[in-house]
Design a protein around this ligand. Structure first.
Ligand code: NCD
Ligand code: ZN
Length: 478
């Protein structure tokens, strides 16, 4: 092992899902070449002194909205992936509610071109699964996607939510492909009706948003999606879990053997109903930030594995789009890809979870759920050298003006943190070094769909699918 490598990170503490231990990391040709004692490291072209710092697998944020193409005032692929780099995030999965919607092979090819030219970190692209895109499932997969996104509830971009009938057919079509379908699990008809009544009653203040979307909106959607997943064998992922009550249909589906996973986001763990007064429209997000009593069960679910991962739903908007007086005219969501790791590691410091839990939620499990493990999500010999090097003793205050995202407005502004990513490395290349963006890394991010290997698909009830019942029969009887 005496051949010269490209980089040795020395003097730090390596964090894996099982342990933290002092070790050096050697990188060659973008891969992890060795992890071990400093004296065992091969000669290197470059040495990074990580004394006092922690070396984590880069976070994989499976839920970001980088708005490109379509909404450059909110974000683009360069500003969004720069924000990821500053947040210790080395892979992102970008959502399809851009303009045009990623629901055709042409729109997908367009976004691939945009992302390849601008990305600082690796990425997967989602395609939308709706009434209009069922016919394109095969072509979208061929065009290179990490998975599908299905909107059970209307949200930014006004992508229509499919009927339950269309959803069943969509699940039938995706099930044999093995791809995972990520769900915005809020039932549209419930919240639309309530919003209409709230508007008619003259309710325009921020908390009216929560009144339009009580937890039953999510409970009903998660339960219904789990039934369709169980019937068809389609793999599903529940995005942005916000309430304690939707944990029950999630846990019950898991117990029945449904291939269902779930994520929550820092805002559901750390913000509550009490913050609406303080933040007004800035806190408006779908699903809504809920009553304080939801926070502890969400933490417990993460710790016991009912919720699998942390993602951010990074949903940037321009300040004027977040500060309108009438809550119904405020765009939903706020940025988060850059602050997730500092916020979560601050909670680790407070004893909420261990740093091992954190790397499991932020890196290892996302990689496993989307078939990227062990290329991504772990600091193991042969894995991609995707690394966040973090100072766990850095007291600082989140300042919206200082973040990379174009959306300089969030409820995290002014919040104290005790952890800060100092360097971020993607496939062996610095994308952020000493808190400085490495401009020459622009366009070096790659789509991860090519390395994705999902376990064999397990479709069910295939004799009753829409395709099966409408196929011409050779005079056969059932
Ligand atoms: C997201 C957006 O702005 O694109 N908004 C949000 O409130 N979460 C859409 C979404 O993820 O539902
Ligand atoms: Zn969503």
């Amino acid at each position: 092992m005496s051949e010269t490598v490209d980089l040795v990170i020395s003097g730090g503490t390596v964090v894996s899902p099982d342990a933290s231990y002092p070790a050096s990391v050697a990188i060659k040709n973008g891969l992890i070449h060795a992890v071990g004692a400093p004296e065992a490291m091969p000669p290197s072209r470059e040495i990074l002194d990580a004394t006092g710092l922690h070396i984590l697998p880069g976070a994989i944020d499976v839920h970001v909205h980088f708005r490109d193409p379509g909404y450059p005032q909110k974000e683009d692929f360069a500003s969004g992936t720069a924000a990821a780099a500053f947040g210790g995030v080395t892979t992102v999965f970008d959502m399809p509610n851009t303009l045009p919607t990623v629901g055709t092979p042409e729109a997908l090819a367009d976004k691939h071109r945009i992302a390849a030219g601008k990305a600082y970190v690796d990425y997967g692209l989602y395609a939308v699964l709706g009434e209009d895109s069922i016919q394109h499932v095969g072509a979208l997969i061929d065009g290179g996607i990490i998975g599908f996104k299905l909107y059970m509830g209307n949200t930014f971009g006004r992508i229509p939510s499919p009927s339950t009938g269309a959803m069943l057919e969509a699940f039938e079509v995706v099930a044999p492909t093995g791809k995972r379908i990520s769900l915005h699990a809020e039932t549209n008809s419930i919240m639309e009706r309530r919003e209409q009544r709230l508007r008619a009653a003259g309710r325009t203040e921020a908390i009216a948003h929560l009144d339009a979307r009580p937890a039953v909106v999510a409970i009903e959607a998660v339960a219904r999606a789990a039934i369709l997943s169980e019937w068809t064998g389609a793999r599903i992922h529940v995005l942005h879990i916000s309430s304690a009550a939707e944990l029950r249909p999630l846990a019950e589906a898991k117990a029945r053997g449904v291939d269902i996973t779930g994520e929550t986001c820092p805002h559901y763990l750390l913000l509550s109903e009490k913050d609406y007064q303080k933040f007004g429209g800035v806190i408006r997000v779908n699903p809504p930030v809920r009553e304080t009593a939801n926070q502890l069960p969400l933490w417990t679910a993460l710790l016991d594995g009912t919720i699998d991962i942390i993602a951010t739903d990074h949903a940037p908007h321009a300040p004027d789009e977040k500060t309108r007086a009438d809550i119904w005219t405020v765009d939903c969501g706020f940025s988060g890809v850059e602050t997730q790791m500092p916020l979560m590691l601050t909670e680790v410091d407070r004893g909420r979870a261990t740093i091992q839990d954190y790397v499991r939620w932020s890196a290892e499990k996302p990689a496993k759920i989307w078939g990227l493990y062990p290329r991504k999500g772990t600091l193991t010999v042969g894995s991609d050298a995707d690394i966040a090097i973090v100072d766990l003793n850095r007291e600082w205050t989140i300042d919206d003006a200082q973040i990379q995202s174009r959306s300089k407005i969030s409820p995290w502004h002014g919040r104290q943190a005790t952890a800060l990513p100092i360097h971020t490395i993607v496939r062996g290349r610095f994308v952020m070094k000493h808190r400085t963006l490495q401009e020459n890394a622009r366009g070096s991010g790659r789509s991860v769909h090519a390395i994705q290997t999902m376990p064999p698909a397990a479709p069910r009830n295939t004799a009753t699918t829409m395709a099966a019942i409408t196929a011409p029969r050779a005079g056969a009887v059932r």
